[in-house]
Design a protein around this ligand. Structure first.
Ligand code: NAP
Length: 358
C-alpha cells in the first residue's frame, strides 16, 4: 500500500518536478493535485497546457486528475491524503496561513516555500546534514496543539550546492566561507522562452538570495533547545549570488577557512568517505554516493553533471589552495530537483522511514 499524497501548487514549475519524481514512486502515490482558482476544475493536462515544463512522460492517471483548489477544497483534500507537498507561489503570510491550516486539519506539510523557514519551531532539512531535527516535530505539535499535522521545510535551492560539502568537512571546523553562486534561470521559475533577456546575459542580483544563502545554512546546522532551533554561529558565510544563462543547475565557487588545518588529501578523503547518516534508511531518492568528487580541472559542469544520480547528487571539483583563506573549490547541484522537489521528497522519505508519516 502506497501512502496517498497531495501537491499544493501542482501546476507550477516546482509542482511539475514533484509530479515527475512522484509518478511511480515506490512509497508515495499522488492522489490530489491542487492549485489556484485559475486551474481548479480543469484536468491536469489542460491546466498546465500553457506552462508545461514536464521533461518526462507522465502517467495518464495523473494527466487526467481534476485539479482542486488549495484553499476552498482544503477539507476535501485532507480526507484523501496522508500528507501534502507545498510548492505554492503566493504572498508569504498567505502561504503560512494555508500551510498552518493543513497542519491543523491533521495533515503533515512538507514545504518547498520560504514562508516558514525562519519559524523557530519548524525544522528545515537537508536530510544528509540534520536528520536529527525530526526530534522537533513532536515539540512543534505540542506547541501548536496539532495532533497529527506538522510542518517541515526545505531550504533555499542554492545552499544544497555547498552545505553538504562543508558539513562533510566539519572535523576541520570551517570558520569562514565566501560563496559565489551562479544560478540557473529555472530558479526564478523561468525558461529561455519566458525570459529571453537572459540569453547571452548575466545579472549580478537575485532579490533576497544573498541573505538566504548566508543565514539558512546556520539554521540547518543549528541545535534544538526549548522546542526551537537555535542557529549555529559558525561558519560565517558571505554570499554573492549571480543569475547566469543556464537552464538548470546552480554552480557555486567556495573559499573556506578552517580552524584546524587540513591537507588536500584529507579534504578529498572526507568527501569520498562522507559518513552519510541517512544511508541506513535506504531511502529511494538518496544518492549513493551523496558527494561526487571530480579530479578533472574542468568539472563539475552544469550541463554535464547536474543530472548525476537523477539530479540528487552533489558534485565538487577544482579543490586548490587559496591565497587568503585555506582552500577553494567549485560545486554543483540541480536546483529544481535536489534544490526543490527532490530535496522535499527525500525529506518526506526520511519522515516516513522514521515513522512520522502513515
Ligand atoms: P510557479 O511556477 O509560479 O507556480 C506557482 C504555483 O502556485 C502554481 O501551481 C499556482 O497555481 C499556485 N498558486 C498561485 N497562486 C495561488 C493561489 N492564490 N492559490 C492557490 N495556488 C496558487 O512557481 P515555482 O517556480 O514552481 O515556485 C514555487 C515555489 O517554490 C515558490 O515559492 C518558489 O520561490 C519556490 N522555489 C522555486 C524553485 C525553483 O527552482 N523554481 C526552487 C526552490 C524554491 P496556478 O497555476 O493555478 O496559478
Amino acid at each position: 500500500m502506497k501512502i496517498p499524497v497531495g501537491i499544493l501548487g501542482a501546476t507550477g514549475m516546482v509542482g511539475q518536478r514533484f509530479i515527475e519524481i512522484l509518478d511511480n514512486h515506490p512509497w508515495f502515490e499522488i492522489n490530489i493535485l491542487a492549485a489556484s482558482p485559475r486551474s481548479a476544475g480543469l484536468k491536469y493536462e489542460e491546466a498546465i497546457k500553457e506552462k508545461n515544463t514536464l521533461k518526462k512522460n507522465i502517467s495518464e492517471k495523473i494527466l487526467n486528475l481534476t485539479v482542486l483548489e488549495v484553499e476552498s477544497d482544503a477539507e476535501k483534500i485532507c480526507e484523501q491524503v496522508s500528507f501534502v507537498f507545498s510548492a505554492l507561489d503566493l504572498d508569504k503570510e498567505k502561504i503560512k496561513e494555508i500551510e498552518n491550516n493543513y497542519a491543523s486539519l491533521g495533515i503533515p506539510v512538507v514545504s518547498n516555500n520560504s514562508a516558514h523557514r525562519w519559524t523557530p519551531d519548524i525544522p528545515m532539512f537537508i536530510p544528509e546534514v540534520n536528520e536529527e531535527h525530526t526530534d522537533l516535530i513532536p515539540l512543534q505539535q505540542k506547541n501548536r496543539g496539532w495532533k497529527k499535522g506538522f510542518i517541515v521545510v526545505k531550504p533555499n535551492c542554492s545552499i544544497q550546492s555547498y552545505v553538504p560539502l562543508l558539513h562533510a568537512l566539519k572535523d576541520f571546523e570551517p570558520e569562514k566561507a565566501i560563496v559565489t553562486t551562479f544560478q540557473a534561470i529555472s530558479g526564478a521559475g523561468k525558461t529561455f522562452e519566458t525570459w529571453p533577456e537572459m540569453i547571452d546575459n548575466v545579472i549580478p542580483y537575485i532579490q533576497g538570495e544573498e541573505e538566504k544563502s548566508e543565514k539558512e545554512p546556520l539554521k540547518v546546522w543549528g541545535k534544538i533547545k526549548n522546542a526551537e532551533i537555535i542557529p549555529s554561529s559558525l561558519p560565517q558565510i558571505s554570499a554573492n549570488c549571480i543569475r547566469v544563462p543556464v537552464s538548470d543547475g546552480h554552480l557555486v565557487s567556495v573559499n573556506v577557512l578552517f580552524k584546524k588545518k587540513a591537507s588536500q588529501e584529507e579534504i578529498i578523503n572526507a568527501w569520498k568517505n562522507f559518513n552519510n547518516p541517512i544511508l541506513k534508511y535506504n531511502l529511494p531518492l538518496s544518492p549513493k554516493p551523496c558527494i561526487n568528487y571530480f579530479v578533472e580541472d574542468n568539472r563539475p559542469q552544469t550541463k554535464l553533471d547536474r543530472n548525476l544520480q537523477n539530479g540528487m547528487g552533489i558534485s565538487v571539483g577544482r579543490l586548490r589552495k587559496d591565497n587568503i583563506f585555506d582552500w577553494k573549490f567549485v560545486s554543483l547541484s540541480h536546483n529544481t530537483i535536489r534544490g526543490a522537489a527532490g530535496g522535499a521528497v527525500l525529506t518526506a522519505e526520511l519522515l516516513k522511514a522514521k515513522g512520522y508519516l502513515n
